[in-house]
Write a protein of this length. Structure first.
Length: 318
């Protein structure tokens, strides 16, 4: 809460003080009532505004759930309560600022309604504020209602069909394991519990460590897909193209999870940092991609580089 005189109020107070000093210095008592009135006027305005502020608080409607980048958001704001003294609202001017401009571009604002076009991001929006001023503009007070609100605006998602996505790739981006389950897919390090019949003895002798065969059927059973987003610092040069890349990544991730595919989500922050996450739900995908920025990656979801085991295809989005 703040209560302060305006520049006009300070100017009138200074003039009143000068008139009072002049009246005593130059022996002009006629200036004393004028000086006293000019001194009292800003003080009365401060008291009036303080009383009016004590009885009112701003309100703001919540941002609709499920809002995505590009959606139009309409937020209603208003004033609850009345000044503690009756009829004070006729002597003051009340104005509410919903303070949602950080979410996106303001499209319309009138009569307590503000419409913005949401931008992708994680936004901490402060509570709405009501500004109280007297009719002469001599004093001003502000009052904030409620705590800051965190709003997550994920990227826009375009519905896709997973079969169409797989059919659109070329042979270099994925491997198609044999359904028979007898062909060798790859070799990996031996793990406790692996059957000895699956040990690849030739590779074990060559590498000096036990190696286990992964058959094509086993790879298919745990098959997954990787979607990689190029978020290196060079993306700052074309922010529109980067937003399109993020939206494409989100659409592919939603499509893969909806088809029951095990997803590996990769964010290439720079030439040396790659953030990898295995999201189990589209909500996790939305939270990650809402906050990704060029050259920064997703520090809150940072993990050691994960193994690509079971990944039979990868899509790089740039």
């Amino acid at each position: 809460m703040t209560l302060r005189p305006t520049g006009r109020g300070l100017g009138i107070f200074a003039l009143g003080l000068a008139a009072t000093i002049s009246a005593y210095a130059f022996g002009t008592p006629a200036l004393i009532p004028l000086g006293a009135g000019m001194l009292a006027l800003p003080a009365l305005a401060l008291a009036l505004v303080a009383l009016a502020r004590a009885g009112v608080r701003p309100t703001r409607s919540s941002v609709p759930a499920g809002t995505r980048a590009g959606d139009e958001i309409r937020v209603n704001s208003g004033i609850a309560g009345r000044p503690r003294r009756p009829r004070l609202d006729a002597l003051v001017v009340l104005r509410v600022d919903p303070r949602i401009g950080r979410i996106g571009a303001l499209l319309r604002s009138q009569h307590g309604h503000a419409t913005v076009r949401a931008r992708r991001g994680i936004w901490d929006i402060p509570g709405p504020i009501v500004e109280v001023t007297d009719a002469l503009g001599l004093a001003r007070a502000e009052r904030v209602s409620g705590a800051a609100e965190r709003i997550v605006v994920p990227p826009r998602v375009v519905p896709l069909r997973w079969k169409t996505v797989l059919a659109s790739g070329d042979g270099s981006t994925r491997r198609r394991p044999s359904p028979m389950g007898t062909d060798l897919d790859r070799v990996r390090e031996y793990r406790a519990g692996d059957p000895l019949s699956h040990v690849h003895w030739a590779q074990t002798a060559k590498r000096g460590q036990l190696q286990t065969k992964v058959l094509a059927g086993q790879a298919a059973a745990g098959a997954g897909f990787a979607v990689a987003l190029d978020a290196r610092g060079a993306c700052r040069e074309d922010p529109i193209a980067f937003e399109e890349a993020v939206a494409t990544t989100a659409s592919l991730a939603h499509c893969a999870l909806g088809a029951g595919t095990r997803l590996l989500l990769e964010i290439q922050a720079d030439d040396s940092r790659v953030f990898q996450v295995r999201p189990r739900s589209t909500r996790t995908v939305d939270e990650i991609l809402a906050g990704v920025q060029p050259g920064q990656g997703v520090p809150n979801h940072a993990q050691p580089r994960l193994r690509d085991e079971g990944v039979v295809g990868r899509i790089l989005v740039t």
